[in-house]
Design a protein around this ligand. Structure first.
Ligand SMILES: Cc1cc2nc3c(=O)[nH]c(=O)nc-3n(C[C@H](O)[C@H](O)[C@H](O)COP(=O)(O)O)c2cc1C
Length: 454
């Protein structure tokens, strides 16, 4: 049964985010304060959002001309990022239902640390943790972790597969009920119910057990955003939630169909994979006010700020191409999904690279600019035409972009019966309509046909 209502996640940035957004007069520059994130968390929970999501990267990108300038000067997406897990802990302390999702890379982290962090967050928040599994895509990140260049894409996904195999084993290493807390016996934890995992694989050797009991959700919710063929296969096997980005309703529908088919081919119920394209709506009391707001935001985007972000997303030095020419065909070591999106934009609108930089930095995914009613109309159209199971909301500026949406668009969605008015459950899995993961339930998801691991 498809979900009767859509799901909403908020893409919060623990830094300035969009290159024009931080310069908008209503933007509040509180990125280094816990209170700032706690206020956003309360806004999202009052509006009954499923979750707050934090993307992450592990470098200040220098892909544009080999310099940090374009990121730092323009306050572009990669200029500054706090560690999302710490930010989430502070948000978890002032909320009781909002899901809390952090991005952690399988390429540079270790499974024991990651399994422990997310199990801890899941306990501390009574089952609200989610992990956005990324494989990382920039050379600048590799250089912060003892390497001159990235691992090839194939290898990154091989490692990610084994990473999830190991974290699963670690979350299962305490059976449910292992923590007895019998003060008389005494029996704090039952040693018969806590098991080493003795994992020896291609990339990891981990004895276990974890030093944290089995998480309330079984496993935290797993989110993924891979867009290459490998990425989509990985997402269809492992993800509860898939985050994507599309330049049109049609490409969102194609992606939706493909992922649901891939999930079914892996023996999964397609309904158990929730696909959330990103949107960045600009809301106004009238269409004219919304349009003026958008134009003001767009004016504040420096073309080089947007191009710099696109350069790091693609991991291609775009400073080598003429600003008044078109984006040429390039090999993309970075995020293929973003490349498809900008190619579609360039071809449809005949953009030069300079224009593309501005458009990419100030893009309004889905094109939702208007009154709450107009935006709700657009979201309803996407939701009912099999383009998505909900949305990942980006704010054109923080925190006002979330407040506008929560206070104006959410009530309109609720009035139409498209969005919940109360949380259905306590845990994030319950609110997403997903069952708690049973021990060993995901073992068969590990890919067994790999050349590297054969
Ligand atoms: C919408 C979207 C958001 C993403 N967010 C992040 C992120 O926060 N951090 C990160 O390292 N990668 C992020 N990625 C990158 C992917 O997770 C993946 O690592 C990258 O796309 C390379 O894999 P691919 O070749 O399968 O696309 C994102 C990708 C997309 C499409």
């Amino acid at each position: 049964m498809p979900s009767p209502h859509l799901h909403l996640a908020a893409f919060v940035t623990a830094g300035p985010g969009r290159p024009g957004g931080w310069r908008y007069p209503d933007s509040v520059p509180g990125w280094l304060s816990a209170k700032y994130y706690q206020n956003i968390a309360r806004t999202l929970e009052d509006a009954r959002f499923d979750l707050a999501f934090f993307a992450d990267i592990l470098s200040v990108p220098d892909r544009f001309g080999g310099s940090l300038d374009s990121q730092l000067r323009n306050g572009a997406l990669g200029s500054m990022r706090l560690d999302p897990l710490h930010v989430l802990s502070s948000m978890g302390a002032v909320t009781s239902h909002l899901g809390l999702a952090a991005t952690v890379s399988t390429t540079y982290a270790q499974p024991f640390t990651v399994a422990r962090s997310f199990a801890s967050l899941d306990h501390l928040t009574d089952g609200r943790a989610a992990w956005n599994v990324v494989t990382s895509f920039q050379e600048a990140e590799a250089r912060n972790f003892n390497r001159d260049e990235q691992f090839p894409r194939e290898l990154r996904y091989e490692r990610a597969d084994e990473f999830l195999e190991v974290t699963g084993k670690l979350w299962d290493s305490w059976e449910d009920g292992a923590l007895v807390l019998d003060t008389e016996t005494p029996l704090f934890a039952d040693p018969d119910l806590v098991h080493p995992i003795d994992h020896k694989g291609e990339f990891f050797t981990v004895r276990g057990p974890l030093n944290v009991p089995r998480p309330p959700q079984g496993y935290p919710v797993v989110i993924q955003a891979g867009a290459s063929a490998k990425g989509k296969d990985f997402a269809a096997r492992w993800s509860d939630v898939i985050f994507c980005s599309h330049a049109s309703l049609e490409s969102a529908q194609d992606f939706y169909r493909e992922i649901k088919e891939r999930a079914a081919a892996h023996g999964r119920d397609p309904e158990s994979v929730k696909i959330l394209p990103s949107i960045a709506p600009v809301v106004g009391a009238t269409s004219e006010i919304a349009r003026q707001k958008y134009e003001k935001l767009f004016d504040l985007v420096p073309p080089l700020g947007g191009l710099s972000t696109l350069a790091y997303h693609l991991d291609v030095d775009l400073s080598t191409f003429p600003l008044d020419g078109r984006l040429p065909d390039v090999e993309v070591p970075g995020v293929e999904g973003h490349y498809h999106e900008v190619r579609e934009m360039t071809e449809r609108e005949g953009l030069t690279l300079r224009e593309l930089g501005k458009r990419y930095g100030g893009r309004v995914e889905g094109g939702f600019i208007g009154t709450p009613t107009e935006i709700a109309d657009g979201l309803e159209r996407w939701f009912t035409s099999e383009a998505c199971d909900g949305f990942m909301l980006q704010a054109p500026y923080q925190p006002g972009g979330f407040e506008d949406f929560a206070r104006q668009v959410v009530p309109e969605l609720q009035k139409r019966g498209l969005f919940r008015t109360e949380y259905a459950g306590k845990t994030l899995r319950e609110n997403l309509g997903l069952a708690r993961v049973q021990p060993g339930e995901w073992r068969h998801r590990v890919r067994r046909d790999s050349a590297v691991r054969a």
